[in-house]
Ligand binder design. Structure first.
Ligand code: ZN
Length: 437
């Protein structure tokens, strides 16, 4: 009987500034679903945790998909007739459509426009566009800049390569007391976008770093993978072991000012769903619970019917719902340490529940045991908490029939999980409870 206390030994505020620093370091890198930007991202993460980096060759079949060619880029620009670079990859990697093929030619404005992408509704922002599975090239720029382009000839150059290579992903494993696993997954394939990808990465890294100092009850597996093809690849290569995953979360968009959102697993009533909902409900803040839908991040693959893993999606503002989403405004101003801190605190509370959510059997189930003669009325808490502690004892003793977890008891009683857990530990010491499965 020991409480795994992962919450009290961390300075969340301090961690949030380290998370923000990591986001700042990763921000300039041009990530994609393959390539050196991804590798550099993983090498930067390796300075914090000893991540294992996997390289899977182009052409490898992973279920219905095939590992694509590897994309790398050195430079890209559009020059006007005067030879001035009016769009430059080195100013923002969002200027290039991700996975653009190599191009170097002169082109008139009308033909060039077929390869330019803007956001007329948000005329100051650069959009984020990709063309992973169709060979194409293009540039993204602000709509205001497009309107200023003169009808003249331009020089376009994209110094990129699309060749046989590898898909790269990172994995970090913490061995717990048991082989049963908690999976934490985040996507790492977006270039200079902070909330959508970097915030999830930073949260996963610092959660991993913190948990590695414990001997947790569960084993933990952290995945840093390119979206969609990365989770498909991991599932294809690890199919034999996925039944070890008892709880899982995809972590994304956790650094913006929006309220917390949780998208339930496809199962809908998994223990992870109950734990996250409990934490959000207890937070005293506004939040929203969403049912599972087959759109979003890698929960789509983890929750495909052939796997149906208990994996939900933990976020603040969901994809597509905030104006900065997939634009140059998803930057270091949108994401702030205070929101990262709040997301980290909530995730720690979720894992604290998962780690300690035991089931017990009342060893004196015929009528209430006499608590006073055992000294139990004074055994717990200070004066002000006495009433709550008594109520916690009565609820735990009554519901410890082998059918209720401590989280169920917390929900039914309206008492905090931490109090329920602490009280159960005391009752266990007094031999009034026995752990059951
Ligand atoms: Zn995205």
């Amino acid at each position: 009987m020991h409480t795994i206390d992962i919450k009290s030994s961390i300075n969340v505020n301090d961690a949030s500034h380290k998370m923000y620093k990591l986001i700042s370091d990763l921000y300039p890198l041009c990530r994609s679903i393959t390539g050196n930007g991804l590798r550099e991202t993983l090498h930067t993460i390796q300075k914090e945790i000893s991540l294992y980096i996997h390289e899977i060759a182009t052409g490898t079949e992973v279920f219905d998909w095939t590992i694509p060619k590897e994309w790398n880029i050195k430079d890209a620009f559009i020059k006007n007739l005067q030879g001035e670079k009016i769009v430059s990859f080195h100013q923002s990697n969002l200027h290039v459509v991700n996975y653009s093929v190599n191009i170097n030619k002169k082109i008139g404005l009308q033909d060039l426009k077929a390869h330019l992408f803007t956001l007329p509704e948000q005329p100051n922002l650069i959009p984020y566009r990709t063309s992973y599975y169709k060979e194409n090239w293009g540039f993204c720029l602000s709509h205001n800049q497009l309107l200023e382009l003169k009808d003249e000839e331009y020089e376009v150059c994209i110094d990129s390569s699309l060749e046989n290579g590898h898909l790269t992903y990172g994995e970090y494993y913490i061995r717990g007391e048991k082989a049963d696993e908690v999976l934490i997954s985040c996507h790492i394939c977006h270039p200079s976008l902070c909330n959508d990808n970097l915030s999830g990465i930073a949260l996963a890294v610092f959660l991993a770093k913190h948990l590695s100092q414990f001997a947790p009850s569960y084993s933990y597996r952290f995945l840093f993978i390119p979206g969609t093809v990365g989770s498909i690849t991991w599932l294809a290569l690890n199919e034999a072991n996925v039944d070890k995953i008892k709880h899982g979360l995809v972590v994304t968009c956790v650094g913006d000012p929006g309220k917390s959102h949780y998208k339930k697993s496809r199962q809908g009533n998994a223990e992870i769903d109950k734990a996250v909902i409990h934490v959000l409900k207890s937070s005293g803040q506004d939040y929203e619970i969403m049912d599972f839908s087959p759109y979003g991040y890698d929960e789509r693959q983890f929750c495909s019917p052939g796997f149906n893993l208990p994996v939900g999606c933990f976020m603040r503002s969901p994809h597509g719902t905030y104006p900065q989403y997939h634009t140059s405004a998803d930057n270091l101003e949108l994401v702030q340490p205070q929101y990262l801190a709040d997301s980290l605190a909530k995730l720690l509370s979720v894992l604290q529940i998962i780690e300690n959510n035991k089931k017990y059997l009342n060893q004196n189930p015929k009528c209430e045991p006499q608590l006073g003669k055992r000294g139990l009325y004074s055994a717990i808490g200070g004066q002000t908490d006495t009433k709550k502690s008594e109520m916690a004892m009565l609820w735990i003793l009554n519901l410890s029939d082998g059918n209720h977890t401590l989280l169920d008891i917390s929900e039914k009683s309206g008492l905090e999980f931490d109090l329920i857990k602490k009280t159960a530990d005391t009752l266990l010491q007094f031999n009034l409870l026995k752990e059951t499965t």
